[in-house]
Write a protein that binds this ligand. Sequence first.
Ligand code: SF4
Length: 163
Amino acid sequence: MLQKEGYNFAFDQKACKNCSGYCCTGESGNIWVNKEEIKKIAGFLDLSSDDLVKYYLTKTHYKYSLKELKIKGNYLCVFFDDKNKNCSIYEVRPKQCRTFPFWDYFKDNTEEAFKECPGVKKSNYSVLKNFRLMADYLCIDEIYYILCYVSCMIGYPFQMSAD
Ligand code: SF4
């Protein structure tokens, strides 16, 4: 189970096995690719970068995004293998795909992440993190008070250094 600071959910990667590709299909959207990713994907497909751009990418303003196919009102990423229900360029998929579902957008739209992906699960990460911080804090204080107590008992009152 993957968890990331700032997100109120966890991601169970095992869910991808039985998923029909919710994150690669559905509503129309952009999967951005940078220069490096274009080179990598082109190399993986044994194409030149120019041909990859020509056949598989679309330019929006100054950025490139993967093309989509519209099938029965549903949008599919051009690299989604609809027969096998998986990504045909998985090894070189763009960062945007690799970081799903830990996108900034889902920080404030957690319910959408739950709807979009069966691998998104409830997480107590924030609660545990706060508890840990509190425990660390308490622990330091307790050690300080124990040192004070013990040092008084043995006649050498303990004092924190002023510097
Ligand atoms: S590149 Fe692969 S993982 Fe990314 S949206 Fe397309 S099919 Fe899905």
